[in-house]
Design a protein around this ligand. Structure first.
Ligand SMILES: Nc1ncnc2c1ncn2[C@@H]1O[C@H](COP(=O)(O)OP(=O)(O)O)[C@@H](O)[C@H]1O
Ligand SMILES: [Mg+2]
Length: 637
């Protein structure tokens, strides 16, 4: 029980920290309306139709009052029937126009959501890798799904309803005041009784929605992380499923409580409103009837006042509900805008150029780099923390300089954590350097193009990288390969699969190239997955190749074969290879030894061995061990 309370209060604190009841700014409203601007024409048509609808709504009670007056005045039957036909025509017109306005308001609403949704998707795609390494996928997906739909309700339903209801309200009041100001004023006296609490309830509901959204996002995160193949494996091996379920149940329970609370608040409000309107109706009959008996009011006017009163409270209900609806929709807009406002750290320059043709050199010129701190790349609410770590990242590369001539291979070696992968990520512009430059092409130092000046498209066509944990999408083998070259023929696919030593295995599968590799490629063995990512590199045919421990997951038999394929793939291309196997390193044109973010030694294999420095040491420990392990490795782990 006490465990429950602790978990609970921490949950509560998280949500309090990120929500709290804060008023919505004018800027937010302006921005929301900005999304409606492209639909201006339809909006104007909608407002005009709403005014017509409001006039029609007032016409019926007025006509009904006339019927009563005609009856009392003993007019002829023709007049009464004429009025009745008019009432019928008004009803038909109301129905037709109602459909039309509804169509207008939903096309506007859905159109706005379409714009918002595509904008957000587009924006998130542009975010740097640093953003994705920090955010929780579930929280992000929930933001894109739930909140975009939440924002929709503002436009599709309510925001548009406000216009027609305001017009209806104004017209109804005008006619009523004209009939009897005394009755009208008295009937309206009851109104403030619920209009004041309604305001407070609006913000209370908005808070509840915010909290529910946080919980939904947290549950989404838990599910996307735990229900992925690697996540589920981890939970089965090391996890505590009971506690996972408990935490999930706690959040789901809170969402249920919020659901009930919200429903009850809304229902209480509607009930109160209905009651007040019924009481006001009694007052109209009593006071109006008394005035009519005294000869100060026509009988027809009593009927008009009573009918209009019921029509008065309907738009009022709608309006106060609309307030609540709009407030919670604004919560959603706010959460979506929060993402749109994150500036992507790595952007394509407006005057970006394509990479120069032909074989390219690679150059690092006094590169310094620190991984960006959280507040630069992410949102607290997407990381599941209360406040973002604002400390600047620690520098991990301290002035790296080297050059790889076109067609040459440079090998990076060094202890784990030395900064080798970081160098690879800077070369492929997954991150940008803090100072110095990474250049491609150019025959002499300093003459190449800075990777920050290249277009994203040309970067993709120029560079190819294979990492140790290469990712595959949950799609077929063919479509995973075609990601790198959409126009590749089946022939070409088989060719690279042959070179990656995968042909026989894939030919033996019943679905061949159409075999779906499973979540993150989990239906393949580690080695097969790795060889498929190598095949993807081969099909891409990049001019600059980066291998970051690309063959680490292969057993020695496969490795020798794939090495051969990679050797052929590196032919004539510029390559930066991070290797832990001696064979690769020995074949390189130059070897750089990286330690603690600096290059401490450079030279060929023989030069470095002769120097008896860090490389010689690594050679004796790391490489000797790695080859021994490789020899004993179980094939296809
Ligand atoms: N995304 C990241 N955010 C912050 N620090 C990182 C990140 N990736 C790596 N580091 C840190 O940078 C340093 C260099 O890492 P890395 O380049 O991956 O080393 P390796 O030489 O083993 O490839 C390490 O201290 C590591 O902890
Ligand atoms: Mg690494």
């Amino acid at each position: 029980m006490s465990m429950d309370r602790v978990a609970w209060s921490s949950l509560y604190n998280i949500t309090r920290a990120s929500s709290g009841s804060k008023p919505f700014s004018k800027a937010l409203l302006k921005r929301v309306f900005g999304f409606a601007r492209p639909h201006r024409g339809k909006l104007i048509a909608f407002v005009l139709l709403s005014i017509v609808m409001a006039v029609l709504a007032v016409a019926t009670p007025v006509l009904a009052g006339q019927v009563v007056d005609e009856i009392i005045a003993h007019a002829d039957a023709g007049t009464v029937i004429g009025l009745a036909v008019l009432i019928a025509i008004v009803a038909v017109a109301e129905a037709g126009l109602g459909l039309l306005t509804r169509w207008l308001s939903s096309t506007i609403g859905e159109g706005v959501i379409l714009d918002l949704r595509t904008k957000v998707f587009d924006h998130v795609q542009k975010m740097p890798i640093a953003f994705f390494t920090r955010t929780r996928t579930g929280a992000l997906v929930s933001r894109l799904n739930n909140d975009v739909i939440g924002a929709q309700s503002a436009f599709a339903g309510t925001l548009s309803g406000v216009v027609s209801n305001v017009v209806a309200l104004a017209l109804t009041l005008a006619v009523m005041l004209n009939k009897s100001w005394l009755v009208t004023v008295l009937a309206m006296i009851l109104l403030p009784i619920f209009l004041i609490p309604a305001r407070r309830m609006g913000s209370r509901l908005a808070d509840l929605r915010r909290e529910a959204a946080e919980h939904n996002a947290a549950m989404g995160t838990q599910m996307t992380e735990r229900f992925s193949a690697p996540g589920a494996t981890l939970v089965k091996l090391f996890g505590r499923p009971d506690e996972e379920s408990h935490e999930f149940a706690l959040r789901a329970g809170r969402v249920r409580d919020i659901g009930v609370r919200t429903a009850m608040l809304q229902f209480t409000f509607v009930t109160a409103l209905t009651l007040v309107s019924a009481l006001a109706l009694a007052l109209v009959y009593g006071l109006g009837g008394w005035l009519a008996l005294a000869g100060q009011l026509a009988a027809g006017d009593v009927v008009v006042l009573a009918l209009l009163l019921t029509r008065l409270y309907a738009p009022l209900t709608a309006l106060s509900n609309a307030r609540v609806e709009i407030m919670s929709a604004l919560v959603s807009f706010e959460r979506v805008f929060e993402i749109l406002d994150l500036k992507p750290l790595i952007q394509q320059k407006p005057d970006a150029v394509a990479s120069p043709p032909g074989p390219l050199s690679v150059e690092f010129d006094d590169v310094r780099f620190a991984y960006p701190s959280a507040d630069k790349v992410s949102l607290a609410s997407l990381e599941d923390v209360r406040t973002l770590d604002t400390r600047g990242g620690e520098e991990v590369l301290h002035g790296i300089s080297f050059r790889v001539e076109p067609g040459q291979t440079v090998a990076l070696v060094g202890s784990s954590g030395a900064g080798k992968s970081t160098i690879a990520q800077l070369l492929s512009r997954l991150y940008d350097v803090d100072s110095g430059a990474v250049r491609l092409g150019g025959t002499t130092p300093g003459t190449g193009v800075d990777v920050r000046d290249l277009t994203f498209d040309s970067m993709r066509q120029t560079l190819g990288m294979v990492t140790q944990d290469g990712h595959l999408f949950h799609e077929s083998i063919a479509s995973n390969l075609r990601l790198a070259r959409p126009e590749a023929t089946d022939e070409q696919l088989w060719d690279v699969l042959r070179r990656a030593r995968l042909e026989d295995m894939i030919r033996s599968l019943p679905d061949g190239l159409d075999t779906v590799v499973g979540e993150r490629g989990y239906r393949l063995s580690g080695g097969e997955r790795q060889r498929l990512t190598i095949a993807r590199l081969l099909i891409a045919q990049p001019r600059v190749v980066i291998l970051d421990e690309a063959t680490a997951a292969l057993d020695s038999t496969n490795e020798a074969a794939v090495q051969e394929a990679l050797g052929a793939a590196l032919e004539g291309r510029t390559a930066v290879v991070i290797a832990h196997r001696l064979s690769t390193v020995r074949a390189a044109d130059a070897i750089l030894v990286v330690e603690n973010g600096s290059i401490v030694e450079r030279g060929t294999h023989h030069e470095l061995l002769a120097a008896e420095g860090r490389y010689a040491e690594l050679y004796r420990t790391q490489f000797a061990e790695a080859s021994a392990v490789a020899r004993e490795a179980v094939p296809g782990y």
